[in-house]
Design a protein around this ligand. Structure first.
Ligand code: NAP
Length: 294
């Protein structure tokens, strides 16, 4: 029998992403044993019922004992506290990674707490759905999707390469990025679209409440697509916005400028500007389809 890449994989947080890793890692035979930790007994009971792990462990410190790969899968706002709890139990040589949607904040919150000899390899699978919790995960979630690694200057190359192989074995494509660059890119492709979706749903809701308009009864497809994104988990997204503040505000400022330009074109009947903007949007959609990321 060929040896598996890891002896014990510990997942701290086992919602959509953690449970998808559990399923995919098991399907690909990436660890001899999977230990899952969640905060609440409700989630641990689901982990047991769904048989997502070999052991469902309520204590994060005990969950990481003896693990050679630990992946933090909680909302990014919880990572400092989680890292403080597990750090004393991480043995030298352990690879610690995460799946957080922001990378500079995760490095800021986690890295200073780690004992010598622990290899920290921050990562972010750019894959997800609007659903959360262990029942929402599925083994194919990462297939054909990017996982971005943001190793630090001193990160052990062997550890980084092992984390890359782990993600590729689950079907992902991997790339490396500088953490600040990651946060700017994700601010425009993910964080700003979510902010807009939450906001437009709020605007429609206010309108419905104030004017008794039947906005939601007749929600056309454009609005419906926003509501799918807006169904995402409030805690996770609150944490993303607060932990990628600078990049998100920068992209929002640029977006506001473009919105104003579009408003001006509508006011002054600038058909050329409007048509050109829409055509650019279509070209972006077409490019995504060609890259198989649509
Ligand atoms: P999720 O489904 O809501 O699961 C979160 C998990 O973290 C649960 O097991 C939860 O335990 C645990 N948790 C929550 N708050 C905690 C706390 N304060 N201390 C300890 N554990 C806590 O979330 P998710 O969608 O998997 O997201 C997890 C991470 O992946 C986030 O950092 C997010 O930024 C990142 N990510 C998400 C997506 C996406 O589309 N959802 C995509 C890429 C990356 P209980 O259930 O017991 O409360």
């Amino acid at each position: 029998m060929t040896e598996r890449p890891f002896r014990r994989l510990a997942l701290i947080g086992v919602g959509l992403i953690g449970s998808s890793i559990a399923r995919a890692a098991r399907a690909a035979g990436l660890a001899d044993e999977i230990v899952a930790n969640a905060r609440t007994e409700t989630t641990l009971a689901k982990v047991r019922a769904l048989e997502l792990a070999d052991r469902a462990e309520p204590d994060p410190a005990r969950a990481v004992e003896g693990a050679d790969l630990v992946i933090l899968c909680t909302p990014v706002g919880a990572l400092a506290e989680v890292a403080a709890r597990i750090a004393p139990c991480l043995a030298a040589g352990t690879i610690l990674s995460d799946v957080g949607s922001t990378k500079q904040s995760v490095i800021r919150d986690v890295e200073p707490l780690l004992p010598q000899g622990v290899h920290f390899v921050p990562a972010h699978p750019v894959a997800g759905t609007e659903f959360s919790g262990p029942e929402a995960g599925f083994a194919e979630l990462f297939q054909g999707r990017w996982t971005i690694l943001t190793p630090l200057a001193g990160t052990d190359e062997t550890a980084t390469a092992r984390v890359e192989r782990f993600w590729r074995a689950m079907g992902a494509m991997t790339a490396r990025m500088e953490p600040g660059h990651h946060d700017r890119v994700l601010a425009i492709v993910s964080h700003l679209p979510h902010l807009i979706a939450f906001t437009i749903c709020n605007t429609a809701d206010h309108l419905e409440q104030q004017a008794k308009e039947q906005v939601l009864d007749y929600a056309a497809s454009g609005f419906r697509d926003f509501t799918r994104i807006a169904a995402s988990d409030p805690t996770m997204w609150r944490d993303v916005f607060l932990n990628n503040r600078e990049a998100l505000l920068e992209m929002l400022a640029r977006f506001n400028e473009d919105v104003q330009a579009m408003a001006r074109a509508v006011r002054w009947g600038d058909a050329g500007y409007i048509e050109d903007s829409i055509a650019r949007g279509r070209r972006i959609r077409q490019a995504l389809i060609e890259k198989k990321q649509a």
